[in-house]
Design a protein around this ligand. Structure first.
Ligand SMILES: Cc1cc2nc3c(=O)[nH]c(=O)nc-3n(C[C@H](O)[C@H](O)[C@H](O)COP(=O)(O)OP(=O)(O)OC[C@H]3O[C@@H](n4cnc5c(N)ncnc54)[C@H](O)[C@@H]3O)c2cc1C
Ligand SMILES: NC(=O)c1ccc[n+]([C@@H]2O[C@H](COP(=O)([O-])OP(=O)(O)OC[C@H]3O[C@@H](n4cnc5c(N)ncnc54)[C@H](OP(=O)(O)O)[C@@H]3O)[C@@H](O)[C@H]2O)c1
Length: 435
């Protein structure tokens, strides 16, 4: 088997394949394990900044069989998380099977199944199946505006701190976006020794919650939903009714974003993932961050906003998110672009049963425990312990991984477990019919 990427998802792929006795080689473009959590990862794909901490609580952002150290705080920093992933890889002896500094440039399907990989350096290797674990948060989504800005305009991907790579200290900075990144950067830049003025431009609204709020349910907690045993359609419909009601009680205790100058959150509660930030409301209320609507145009160092107001700024940071791409798999191989990708049960290509993508989902829970559950499904399939359902069912149960409304992450896990059980039964039946 070939595993592409040795971030949090790739590591658990390696560990699970080994547990099932499946030989594998992993290819990692960088020199270390840990993906996003390795600041300035030599692979160039980490977007971490110096002040980055998890926004998923310590009790949930861990592998099931490897706890985070007791002395870690509730929301560990990137260095601690990178250390944790390295220690996980050492504990399960994964390093030896990972080829570091090796980027996969192309994956070409073989006629007899499996793939030929072209590696950086020109070497070609072959694998019977591929597990793609390259993440989806490293290719910047650049905004396009009318006009030109004369000062530095960077994407948040390159931001490390208020002085790196652009000196924002004592200057007027515009942060564009209202995701977790934009909110964290605006708060950091608004601190007293940093930018002289911080504008936060949001073209649309967001639900914003404090991350250290202890109210239950908290969005990063896997919810113990009482109807998990029901058929999927009914269960999901009930979840769409009850989850907003439960969360509504939490939001009722918080300021309405509109009261602080931000756009109203979307009418559809499930349209966007929540933002978690403990300081944004306070900084807006104190005037440390000045809210602005969407950008209309740029001219010299002037920015015009959609409400007609204009501000002169020195630096612009586009915290406008990321695109999902798989540059080593052509659209012809995928049958669509990466962003349009539909996968059986969110993990397997519906036509290529030897191609798996893990760790890419629209979730508000922690990612690597989900990747762990995805691998608990993929490894038995690859080990021949699970038989796939009919083509019609594969099609029915394939969905666009980046489009599903987020929900209780436990549902995804429960669905995979249920399907694994059914597939094991199908396999037993097949074996007994054959023998
Ligand atoms: C700023 C930020 C904060 C986040 N905070 C949280 C959080 O608090 N909790 C949470 O659960 N999630 C969080 N996430 C989501 C994040 O995606 C996960 O934390 C996690 O990093 C996903 O792991 P991964 O292994 O799937 O992807 P990544 O961490 O992106 O790792 C992918 C690996 O693949 C390698 N790679 C890429 N392309 C190739 C190639 N062609 N050949 C070889 N190797 C390749 C990369 O070098 C990298 O090591 C955050 C994301 C961002 C951007
Ligand atoms: N501490 C942490 O753990 C932490 C910190 C940062 C990020 N993260 C995670 O990293 C991931 C990425 O977060 P992110 O905030 O970088 O990206 P994001 O969640 O995709 O948010 C992007 C923001 O930019 C806006 N935007 C996008 N294109 C735009 C355009 N052309 N013009 C104007 N605005 C535009 C979006 O507005 P619309 O909604 O209108 O499209 C949105 O507000 C998320 O999973 C997040 O949870 C975690």
């Amino acid at each position: 088997m070939g595993v592409i990427g040795a971030g949090p998802s790739g590591l658990v792929a390696c560990k699970t394949l080994a547990q099932f006795g499946l030989p594998y080689t992993a290819y990692e473009a960088g020199e270390r394990v840990g993906g996003q959590w390795v600041l300035d990862n030599s692979s160039g794909s980490s977007v971490a900044y110096r002040s980055l901490r998890t926004n998923t609580a310590k009790r949930i952002c861990r592998y099931a069989d490897y706890p985070l150290p007791d002395h870690y705080p509730a929301f560990p920093g990137h260095e601690q998380m990178a250390e944790y992933f390295d220690s996980y890889a050492r504990h399960f002896r994964l390093h030896a099977q990972i080829r570091f500094g090796t980027r996969v440039l192309e994956a070409r399907p073989r006629e007899r199944g499996g793939y030929e990989l072209l590696l950086g350096g020109g070497e070609r290797v072959e694998h019977d199946a591929l597990i793609v674990a390259v993440g989806n948060l490293w290719e910047p989504e650049w905004p396009e505006f009318e006009g030109e800005f004369s000062g530095p305009l960077i994407h948040a991907k390159d931001y490390r701190d208020p002085g790196d790579p652009v000196d924002c200290r004592g200057r007027k900075v515009l942060v564009i976006g209202l995701g977790n990144t934009a909110c964290e950067l605006a708060v950091e830049l608004s601190k007293s020794d940093s930018a002289s003025r911080v504008y936060l431009s949001a073209r649309s609204g967001q639900y914003i919650l404090p991350k250290i709020d202890t109210a239950i349910p908290h969005p990063s907690d896997p919810l113990d939903f009482p109807f998990s045993w029901l058929p999927r359609g009914i269960r999901d419909a009930l979840f769409r009714i009850f989850f907003p009601r439960a969360m509504g009680r939490v939001f009722a205790r918080l300021p309405a974003p509109e009261s602080l100058g931000l756009p109203a959150p979307p009418a559809d509660f499930f349209e966007k993932r929540f933002v978690m930030n403990d300081h944004l409301f306070e900084r807006l209320a104190e005037g440390g961050i000045l809210p602005k609507p969407g950008v209309r145009s740029l001219s010299g160092n002037w920015v015009e906003f959609s409400d007609g107001s204009r501000e002169a700024v020195d630096v612009i940071i586009a915290a406008t998110g990321y695109r999902f791409s798989l540059p080593f798999l052509s659209d012809a191989v995928l049958g669509c672009t990466a962003e349009e990708l539909s996968l059986f049960r969110g993990v397997m290509h519906p036509r290529r049963h030897d191609l798996f993508v893990i760790g890419v989902m629209r979730a508000i829970c922690s990612i690597w425990p989900r990747s762990e559950q995805q691998m608990a499904f993929v490894a038995p399939l690859l080990a021949g312990q699970y038989a796939l359902p009919s083509r019609a069912e594969i099609d029915r149960e394939s969905y666009r991984i980046l489009e599903v409304p987020f929900g209780n992450c436990q549902f995804h896990t429960a669905d995979l477990r249920r399907e694994l059980k059914r597939g094991r039964k199908r396999m037993a039946k097949k074996n007994s019919a054959g023998g």
